[in-house]
Structures are given as C-alpha cells and as structure tokens.
Design a protein. Structure first.
Length: 502
C-alpha cells in the first residue's frame, strides 16, 4: 500500500512520525507527501526515517502566476468535474489567499490575489495535484486539516478518484483524536453509534462513558487549555505591557532584531505565506493598544436567574466557519438573527473565544450590542457555566454546543459538526427557519440520556488519547514527536482504519 500524507506546516513533524511508525510495523508500505510550506519540505528531505517517493510543495503553485495563461476551457472542465458545486469553496476556506491572514493578524482582511490570479492559481494547483495523484497512485490520502486551496483540492480530487481519504479530528473529549472519511462528521463514530442505538451490540466503553459524563457535569473543564479563558489573559490590561519587564524586553529586542535581518534577506525571494517582522510588529502594536484600552465597559453582568440563550463566538477566520459553515462567517449578522428569533423576554449572552481576546475591535462588539436583548459577557466567565445555565445554546459548530448537550440542554447548530448526528440537535440551514427551530427547541426539547451515553461510548471506542494540539503547536523538536507514545498509538489506529496488513 502507498499512503499520501498532507504535511501541513508544523504538522509535517507529526505526519512524518506517524509514517515512520507505520513503516516500522508495516515495512512494505510506501509514502508520498503533499507539503504546505518550504521549511517543512526542507525538514522532510533531511530526515532519514521515511523515504518519500515524491513530495509536492503547495507554495510552488504561487510562483510565477503572472506567467500562467488562463485556460478557460480547463477551468470550465475543472468546475464541472470537481466543483462543489463551483470552484469558489476552494478559495473561501483559505484564510491566507482570501483574507491575507496568518501573514497578517486578524482583523486584517484583504485578498492576496486578483480574480484573474485566482483563476491561474486553481488551474496550476489542480493540474499539479491531479498529475501527482495519477503518477503516485496512493491507496490512501491522510489529511490533518483542510485549510488551503491545495488541501481542499487534494481531498476532493482523491475522493472523486475513489482513493480512501481520511481526516484527523478533535473528538472534544479530553485529549482524544478521531478519524473520519468525511470532514462533515465522524464517519466511524457514527457507524458505531448507530449499532449501539439499534441494540445490535453493547459497548465496552459504556462504564467509561458514564464516568466521563458524571465527571464533566460535576467538574466541567475545557477539552484543551486553549479553550480555557484563564489560559489567555489578554483581557487584562496589565497583560499587554508584560513585555516591558527588563528581561522580557531585552529578549524581545534581540529576537526582533535577529528576525528583521533574516527577513530583509529573504524578502527578495519570499513565499506567499511568509510572515515579515515589520507587519508582525505593526499588527501586534495595534492588538496591544486595543488591549490597553480594554473592553470592560462593554461587558454585561451575568444573571443566572434571567432567561437567556447562549452564543459562543468562534475563532475567526478558522475551519469552524470557513469550511464547516461557509455561509455563516459574518457572526455579527448571525447574532442579530438569533436575537430576533428568541422569545421577547429572553436575552442572548455572547461570549468571546478565549484565543480571540484582544483581536476584535470595540466597534465589532458595539455593532452587536445595538440589539437590545444582546449581552456581551466577559471572556473570563467559563463557557461551560453559560452552557449549563442557558435555556438554549446556538452555535455554528462550537464546543459550547457539545457541552450544552452534556448538560441536557437544547442546541441549534449552523454548520457541519459531529454532534449533529444526535437527533436532539437541530441544524439550521437558513435564517427564515431559525425562529421556528428556536420555538421547537424551547418548548418541545426532550433530553435522551441513553442516546447521549451511546454516542459518548462510540466516541471513546473510536478515538485515540494523544496530546495532539500540544505536540503540534509546542513540541521543541521533531525528535520529541517521533518518540511520543500517543503519536505511535495514533499511527497504529490509522493503520487499522486504512486496512494495512503485515
């Protein structure tokens, strides 16, 4: 069998470690890779653990676009063959191309390419990826995240060609990771859940599911510290001037000077994803200024005795909106629609995502607060407290909806998310139906404890414990990841999913 990994940014370290473990246990397995960034390509070429038959670099697609002649006949064929239903979704999930972000900080929002250059990019990318798959002929494609033009093309082209395509997903139970053949849900979890619901079998994880549910209700905690409001303290004014402490300031001056010299050298031959220090400093100064001005005067008091619905703001822009709910990316407009869909005596509590504190402007919050029944809640308030006490949680695809289910409360979603598979969750597909869904959930909702336990049992059966986010974001070296037992467990679970045999 040959496996193609999408080796995205620092995830290249994890993907390579998984490939190394698979190679060790299944020596005849071959590998190829679609690589997102040049520095990842350099690492993959230097490492000795895995030999790749070919490595295709996405950043190269952006080189010399001006010299590419637009082939409208090819574009029309591509749209007919791989459109969903047209080709725009491939761009609208790419926050670098569409918003200039990751290169610049939120709320910067300017497309990197003209419309004509977008036609050239999809043409170059599609030709390269289709040729790559036809030449390499992988039996399986493994994708960590669909977040760029190239990764979206890889996913949909592989699917259309009948290649087994598997994604890795956060299970949102502790540190567990699930696999899926469809990014819109957890396919194998869903299969196990349906078996348990039909009574065809019982789950070996039933008692563990009961234990988890009891512990969460008794002592709720985020599945990862990044979702913990105490993890990011930028809401506090003093946090925005901590860099002025002598030791931190000295290190900051040294690091920024070193980075400046490096960026000046590379600016003549840069890649489209390169972050230059002068823009990084400028964006950081604006964020620090917003933090120093603060948002305290905009926060409303939490009153658990009043009737309220809960809407957790999403990290923006991110897969939660760009991929799973592309038509609900304007969260302010969505908040206005939710607020007018509630009973007249009900408030809408809106709370900022922990990782977004300091990034949004005051005008962003002021616009939503023009609606009389909307309250902006201090981000230091634990989201699970609001999920527990709300009469209804409305979310795009957020964990707040999952937590509300665990607390036996009704949920409405606007996007593709795994817990939509639980019938008690209502998926809204248009603003006009929202008031009726709200009324139905408030008046007719009935919690099903057995069904929830079946779903948690299926989730525990079909997921793997591994400190995935920490290893992806914080690992000091590829060697640290290579020797991690959780990554080895993840690789062996993947081998089972794609039916590797010794």
């Amino acid at each position: 069998m040959k496996i193609c990994f999408f080796l995205q940014r620092r995830w290249a370290f994890i993907g390579n470690a998984m490939a190394a473990d698979i190679k060790k246990n299944f020596p005849s397995t071959e590998f190829c890779g679609f690589v997102n960034m040049r520095e990842s390509l350099t690492f993959l070429k230097k490492q000795k653990e895995v030999i790749y038959s070919a490595l295709l670099l996405e950043q190269d697609f952006h080189k010399n676009l001006q010299n590419e002649k637009i082939d409208y006949e090819y574009i029309n064929w591509l749209e007919k063959e791989y459109g969903i239903p047209n080709l725009w979704p491939y761009f609208y999930i790419d926050r670098v191309v569409m918003h200039g972000q990751l290169v610049r900080e939120y709320p910067y929002n300017k497309a990197l390419l003209t419309h004509e250059d977008m036609l050239r990019l999809i043409q170059v990318s599609a030709r390269a990826i289709i040729d790559f798959l036809e030449k390499e002929k992988p039996d399986a494609v493994i994708i960590s995240v669909i977040g760029s033009v190239g990764s979206a093309l890889l996913y949909h082209v592989a699917k259309k060609k009948g290649i087994q395509t598997t994604t890795l997903e956060l299970a949102r139970i502790k540190n567990r990771i699930a696999f899926s053949e469809d990014y819109k849900t957890f396919t194998w979890v869903k299969e196990r859940f349906e078996e348990l619901e039909s009574g065809k079998r019982s789950s070996k994880e039933r008692e563990e599911a009961k234990k988890y549910l009891h512990e969460f209700r008794d002592r709720p905690a985020p599945y990862h510290q990044q979702a913990d409001p105490t993890h990011n303290n930028q809401a506090l004014r003093k946090a925005n001037i901590q860099f002025l402490k002598p030791k931190k300031l000295a290190w900051s001056i040294y690091w920024h000077t070193k980075t400046l010299l490096k960026d000046i050298k590379k600016s003549a031959d840069s890649d489209y994803t390169d972050i230059f220090i002068w823009w990084a400093v400028w964006d950081k100064m604006q964020r620090k200024t917003r933090g120093l001005i603060g948002y305290t005067d905009l926060y409303g008091a939490v009153d658990y005795n009043e009737k309220f619905a809960y809407f957790p703001l999403h990290y923006d822009p991110e897969m939660a909106t760009m991929l799973y709910a592309p038509y609900y990316t304007d969260q302010v407009q969505l908040i206005k629609a939710i607020a007018r869909s509630l009973p007249l005596d009900m408030k809408l509590y809106v709370k900022e995502h922990a990782a977004m504190v300091g990034y949004r402007s005051r005008s962003y919050y002021k616009e939503m607060l023009k609606v009389p029944n909307v309250k902006l809640i201090n981000p230091s308030v634990p989201g699970h407290n609001l999920a527990r006490m709300s009469k209804l949680t409305v979310t795009i695809t957020g964990t707040g909806g999952w937590e509300s289910l665990l607390f036996k409360n009704p949920v409405i979603t606007f996007g593709d998310v795994f817990f939509n598979d639980i019938p008690e969750v209502k998926r809204c597909r248009g603003y006009e139906e929202l008031p009726y869904l709200v009324k139905e959930q408030l008046e007719n909702y009935s919690h099903n404890e057995e069904r929830l336990l079946n779903y948690i049992s299926a989730l525990l059966e079909d997921s793997v414990p591994v400190d995935y986010i920490d290893l992806w974001v914080k690992a000091d070296s590829p060697e640290e990841i290579m020797g991690n037992e959780g990554i080895k467990g993840l690789a062996r679970a993947l081998a089972q999913k794609i039916n590797l045999k010794k």
